[in-house]
Design a protein around this ligand. Structure first.
Ligand code: KG4
Ligand code: ZN
Length: 342
């Protein structure tokens, strides 16, 4: 079973080709192509949906060709076509969905609609046969969600952000400081040479007995702090200290709430995926907390933390094998699709 998957939920155009497992070996990723649109959106300081969908249309044909060339296969050798159908930007999702459906019709093969967040849940397990029960932190620009994964394709959402996602908070703080878009990687870079204890910022919802998050207030407190200290941005060491201090607040909340959920539910494995999982401090603090508290930790590899087609292909293969499922070609994209319904 060879699957071609397309991911166009936001501002990354991605295509992956996966050869499914057989009795001898597990699934093999034959190609994973990602075209980032950061340069396109940078001048607007954020993702512009119209620009994103136009770029998906422009990029997709060449990514499909590149993926097939690197996988060394032809379209006739593909057994199923999958695409992310939600959550995401409607006009972006439509591009990948229409392309995958068109290819499926042309080749006379099944089409599968895939939930983007469910794909993130699998990305820490690439190359592994078994999905062990875990508490999964999905942490990106659009989502901050804690999930109890009981088994493959069996999960329950424990909590999520009630306002901004953690990545959104990183990006907005980066913008307040005047760093290029997206702010997350820049704040991470500046924070490496900063003092995380230099300034004190709130740890939102840290002491609340639930699995929800909130990051809008933290961003607002950085804005007030900068209004009170306008000269701070002229001092590069103070900017580094500010980045490290804000990052420390975000990371402490993420790590504490994730490990607390694992303790409460008696789950011994923690996983993390989504763009913010690239953050060095988050990776380090999750590692040290898991070591201290006796949890095993699976972090998605950096190249698979951010949006990619591989996670969509892996999930499509598991769905085909387990549920023998295919999606009707009439199925619409679902921009507001939740993980609870996946
Ligand atoms: O998963 P992703 O590629 O797209 C979605 O939002 O679904 O995640 C992008 C987010 C952005 O907010 C970006 O700033 C953040 O991930 N990010 C980081 C880092 N690398 C990416 N945030 C903090 N530190 C990083 N190193
Ligand atoms: Zn994502």
């Amino acid at each position: 079973m060879t699957i071609l998957a397309i991911e166009t939920s936001c501002d990354e155009t991605a295509v992956a080709i996966l050869r499914g497992r057989n009795r001898q070996c597990g699934p093999e990723l034959l190609a994973s192509e990602v075209a980032s649109q950061i340069a396109e959106h940078e001048k607007f300081g954020g993702v512009v949906p119209e620009v994103a969908s136009r770029n998906h249309v422009a990029q997709l044909p060449c990514l499909l060709e590149r993926a097939m060339a690197s996988a060394k296969i032809t379209i006739n050798e593909i057994d199923a076509f999958a695409a992310t159908s939600g959550p995401g930007l409607a006009s972006s999702l439509l591009v990948g969905n229409s392309a995958a459906k068109g290819l499926a019709i042309g080749a006379g093969k099944p089409f599968l609609a895939i939930n983007h967040l469910e794909g993130h849940l699998l990305s820490p397990f690439f190359g592994r046969e078994k999905i062990e029960p875990n508490i999964a932190l999905i942490v990106s620009g659009g989502h901050t969600i804690l999930v109890h994964v009981r088994a493959e394709l069996d999960h329950e959402v424990l909590g999520s952000t009630i306002d901004d996602a953690a990545g959104e908070c990183f990006d907005k703080v980066g913008k307040l400081i005047g760093l290029p878009y997206p702010g997350g990687p820049e704040v991470d870079r500046f924070a490496t040479e900063g003092n995380p204890k230099a300034y004190s910022f709130p740890r939102p919802m840290l002491s609340e007995a639930n699995d929800d998050f909130s990051f809008a207030g933290l961003k607002t407190s950085v804005r007030y702090f900068l209004e009170k200290n306008p000269d701070l941005l002229k001092d590069s060491q103070k900017v580094r200290d500010l980045c490290a201090s804000v990052q420390a607040a975000i990371v402490e909340v993420l790590v504490t709430k994730t490990t607390r959920a694992a303790q409460r539910l008696g789950v011994s494995c923690i996983t993390a995926s989504g763009g913010v999982t690239c953050n060095r401090s988050l990776r380090e603090k999750l590692e040290s907390a898991c070591r201290k508290e006796g949890f095993s930790l699976r972090l998605a590899e950096r190249q698979f933390c951010t949006d990619n087609g591989a996670m969509i292909a892996v999930l499509a293969e598991r769905k085909l094998l387990k549920l023998a499922g295919r999606t009707s070609l009439d199925a619409e994209v679902l921009p507001g699709m939740s993980l609870a319904t996946a």
